[in-house]
Design a protein around this ligand. Structure first.
Ligand code: CA
Length: 253
């Protein structure tokens, strides 16, 4: 299988900087979206640091004694998810150190979602409310569960997803990389099929558009244009935040 990826980002109509960062590496099969937060451009610094640190740790050969990784884990998929967890936590440490060093960066943090391919499997890890969806045969499935206060309220039956979208505190995160210190990313592994399209995005997409609207845009848009079209539709629907979308298409060799 072969991967083909497309990406688009836009600062949106209100902010003069873009605090989203992303990374696309088709050869390595690694894709990252991070949505930073914090005043005075600190969000930009946090999301960029997260992408840099995670990218580095996923690419390099790690010393198992130093990282305590891969010691007691024999399954390769488990090892990869351990490595994703480790990389997320190392990036959290790095962001906190940077914030301690520079008072302008106090309190900065970032969401992170990572998609990593290995033979015919996809490994996912995320912290925060940036999302990964799978478009397969016209069906759009959300593969990540937001780390937000409203998602907890939905899970507890106190809010419907529709009500949650209207809540003023809908963006409050229960976890973020950097700000919250040690993080417990959700990780998963799933088989991939030729024709699958993975959609990764920041909440600049999912605030103005619901899953049904995103699905409708996905099925009527040629895949090479999809990130740009999704970003434009989010802004046309009143989106004011930075918006980032990556699509990763799984092709037959
Ligand atoms: Ca955002």
């Amino acid at each position: 299988m072969r991967l083909e990826a497309f990406a688009w980002t836009d600062a949106g109509p209100v902010r003069d900087n873009n605090e989203d960062s992303f990374m696309v590496d088709e050869d390595a099969g690694v894709f990252i979206v991070a949505d930073g937060m914090g005043g005075h451009a600190a969000g930009e610094v946090a999301s960029r640091l997260a992408v840099e640190v995670i990218r580095g740790l996923l690419m390099e050969t790690l010393d198992p004694d130093e990282t305590r990784l891969e010691r007691d884990v024999s399954d390769p998929a488990d090892q990869l998810r351990e490595r994703l967890r480790y990389a997320m936590n190392q990036s959290s440490v790095r962001i906190r150190k940077e914030a301690q060093r520079n008072p302008a960066y106090t309190g900065m943090g970032t969401t992170v979602c990572v998609l990593m391919f290995d033979s015919d499997q996809a490994h996912l890890a995320h912290v925060g409310d940036s999302r990964i969806y799978l478009l397969r045969e016209g069906e759009l499935t959300r593969l990540t569960r937001d780390h937000t206060v409203v998602q907890q309220e939905i899970d507890a039956g106190r809010l419907t997803p529709e009500m949650a979208r209207q809540m003023p505190h809908r963006n409050y995160l229960t976890q973020s990389v950097g700000y919250h210190g040690p993080v417990e990313p959700d990780t998963s592994t799933r088989p991939v099929l030729p024709g699958d399209v993975f959609v990764m995005c920041s909440d600049g997409l999912t605030d103005p558009l619901d899953d049904e609207q995103i699905r409708d845009i996905c099925v009527r848009t040629y895949v090479t244009d999809l990130p740009e079209t999704l970003v434009r539709e989010a802004l046309a629907a009143g989106g004011e935040d930075n918006v980032t979308v990556i699509t990763v298409c799984v092709r037959e060799d």
